[in-house]
Design a protein around this ligand. Structure first.
Ligand code: PEP
Ligand code: CO
Length: 477
C-alpha cells in the first residue's frame, strides 16, 4: 500500500475533528501518546479477526455493547464490573439460543469521542443573555459543563483518556485472569438490583441448566475444561478523532503493515464514511478489523465502493457492516444493500445496531406526553436534543429496538445473508433512559435516573430481557 501512510488522511476532508487553539500543546499530547505502550496487541487483533471470519461464515455470533459515550468519571470499579457482568450474562443467554460461540466486544476502554451535528451550542442564562460555546464532543475533546473553560477543546484530554482506557482495560484483564468470567461461577456476575422476578427466575434456571451441562461435560472428559474458565473480551470504539487514532497506530515486529493498537475493532461512524474522506483513507491502511455504520442514506453503490476501498483483498474477518436504519426505514433501506453485496463474492459480516435509527425526543415539561420522532436519518447525537436541555430529551423505545432487530433477522433470512451480530448501547446500571421492556418504563419515568452523557442506553433489566428475546429468535432459526 505505497500510497498510504499514518498521515495520509491529513490531505482529505476530515469531518468532526476538534479545533484546537494551541498547536504546541497538540504536538506535546500526540508525542506523549506515541511514547506510551499500546492498549492492545496485534495478537489479540488477529484473534478477533479470526473470530469475525467465523461469524461471516455463520459459525459464530457477535455481541457488541456499551455506552454511547464513555466518561472519565465513570472509570470506577463498579461501573466497569457492571458492564462486564451484563455482557457476560447476555452472552450466556445468547449462546443457549444461538448454539454457537459468542464473541463479546465492549464499546469501552476508548469510546470517548462523539460526532455532533452542530459545532456550537447556544444557551440562554437566567439573566436572559445567550451564550454560544463549542458543543460537547466527548471527554476525549472537551468537558460537558457549559462553561467556556470546560468546552474549550483540550489536547491533554487525549492523554487522560488513553490513560483511563488503560486503567479500564487493566481492571478488565485482571478480573478475567482472576476467574471472574469463569463459566463455573456465573454467580459472580449477579447484579444487585434485578428485582424483576420473572426475568430473574428465567435467568437462574438457565444458569442451573448450564452448570449441570458443564459438570456433565467435565465428568465425561475426566478433567476441567480449560476453555470454560476463561472468557475473552475485545474492545471497540468509534475511530473518530484521527489525531488520537493515528498516534496509536504502529508497526509491530514480525508482522506486515500498521495496527491501530488503541482498540481491537475501531469503527467508522455513519457520518464519517464518505469514500474520499479522511476516515476511510486512514482506516483502509490499518490491519485491524474495521466496522462501518450504515444509516438510511447508504446506497448499494456506496456500500460496494466502501467494501472495495476498505477490503480490496477480500480478507476474511476484515469488514463488519453495522446497519442502523430504524424500525420505520429498515424494510425499505436494508434489502437493496443485502442484495447488492450478496450478488458479489465480497466477504462481510453483517451486524444490526437497532439503537441509532430509533432515537426520538420527548418533552420533559409535559411528562413526555408530547413525543415526536426526530432525526429521520437516525443520527446518534442531535444537538437539538441534549441531556441538559429543559425542553427535550432523547429516548428510545424497547419495542422499536426489538422491532428493528426482528425485521432485520427476517430480511437477512429472505436475502440469504447471515445476520451475525447485534450492537447495543447499554449499561449494567439501573438507569431510566429507554422506555418499555417488561417493567413498562414510561416517558414519565425517565426522570428517575437519566444519566447518559449522550444517547439513551438499555438498562440492566432491559438488556437481559433483550438477550432472551434474541436467543429465542436464534433458537427458532
Ligand atoms: C454511535 O455509535 O454512538 C453513533 C454515533 O452511531 P452512528 O454513527 O451510527 O450514528
Ligand atoms: Co450513540
Amino acid at each position: 500500500m505505497s500510497d498510504w501512510s499514518v498521515e495520509s488522511w491529513k490531505s482529505r476532508p476530515a469531518l468532526h475533528q476538534p479545533a484546537y487553539d494551541d498547536a504546541r500543546a497538540v504536538e506535546t499530547a500526540v508525542a506523549r501518546l506515541r511514547s506510551f505502550p499500546p492498549l492492545v496487541t496485534s495478537w489479540e487483533i488477529e484473534r478477533l479477526k479470526g473470530e469475525l471470519a467465523e461469524a461471516q461464515q455463520g459459525r459464530r455470533f457477535i455481541l457488541q455493547g456499551g455506552d454511547c459515550a464513555e466518561s472519565l468519571a465513570d472509570c470506577t470499579p463498579d461501573v466497569i464490573t457492571n458492564k462486564l457482568k451484563i455482557l457476560l450474562q447476555m452472552s450466556l443467554v445468547l449462546v443457549q439460543g444461538a448454539r454457537k460461540p459468542i464473541t463479546r466486544i465492549g464499546r469501552f476502554a476508548g469510546q470517548y469521542a462523539k460526532p455532533r451535528s452542530s459545532a456550537t451550542e447556544t444557551r440562554t442564562g437566567p439573566d436572559g443573555r445567550s451564550l454560544t460555546l463549542p458543543s460537547y464532543f466527548g471527554d476525549l475533546i472537551n468537558s460537558i459543563e457549559f462553561t467556556p473553560e470546560a468546552r474549550r477543546p483540550n489536547p491533554h484530554l487525549m492523554v487522560r483518556c488513553y490513560q483511563h482506557a488503560a486503567l479500564t482495560l487493566n481492571f478488565i484483564r485482571s478480573l478475567i485472569d482472576a476467574g471472574f468470567a469463569d463459566l463455573h461461577h456465573p454467580e459472580y456476575w449477579e447484579l444487585a438490583f434485578c428485582d424483576n422476578a420473572a426475568l430473574h427466575e428465567e435467568y437462574h434456571s438457565m444458569v442451573r441448566r448450564l452448570s449441570d451441562s458443564v459438570r456433565f461435560m467435565e465428568t465425561i472428559a475426566g478433567q476441567a475444561i480449560d476453555d470454560l474458565t476463561r472468557v475473552e473480551f475485545f474492545t471497540s470504539h468509534e475511530g473518530l478523532h484521527l489525531l488520537y487514532e493515528s498516534a496509536g497506530t504502529r508497526t509491530v515486529p514480525r508482522r506486515q503493515g500498521h495496527y491501530n493498537l488503541t482498540a481491537h475493532l475501531p469503527w467508522i461512524g455513519d457520518r464519517c464514511r464518505a469514500l474520499d474522506g479522511a476516515h476511510v483513507e486512514f482506516f483502509r491502511g490499518v490491519r485491524n478489523p474495521i466496522g462501518v455504520k450504515l444509516g438510511t442514506s447508504a446506497t448499494p453503490d456506496d456500500v460496494l465502493a466502501l467494501i472495495d476501498r476498505l477490503n480490496p483483498a477480500n480478507e476474511p474477518g476484515r469488514l463488519v457492516l453495522i446497519h442502523r436504519m430504524g424500525l420505520a426505514s429498515v424494510q425499505r433501506c436494508l434489502p437493496p444493500l443485502l442484495e447488492a453485496v450478496n450478488r458479489t463474492d465480497r466477504r462481510v459480516l453483517w451486524v444490526c445496531d437497532p439503537m441509532h435509527g430509533n432515537t426520538k425526543a420527548v418533552s420533559r415539561d409535559v411528562g413526555g406526553a408530547a413525543s415526536r420522532d426526530v432525526l429521520g436519518a437516525g443520527t446518534g447525537t442531535s444537538d437539538a436534543i441534549r441531556r441538559e436541555d429543559a425542553a427535550a430529551r432523547k429516548t428510545r423505545d424497547f419495542a422499536d429496538i426489538l422491532g428493528e432487530l426482528d425485521a432485520s433477522f427476517d430480511l437477512h433470512a429472505k436475502a440469504g445473508t447471515y445476520l451475525g451480530g447485534v450492537h447495543f448501547e447499554l449499561t449494567g446500571d439501573h438507569v431510566t433512559e429507554c422506555t418499555g421492556g417488561a417493567r413498562g418504563l414510561s416517558e414519565a419515568d425517565l426522570d428517575a435516573n437519566y444519566r447518559t452523557m449522550c444517547d439513551p442506553r438499555l438498562n440492566y433489566e432491559q438488556s437481559l430481557e433483550m438477550s432472551f428475546l434474541i436467543a429465542r429468535r436464534l433458537a427458532s432459526a
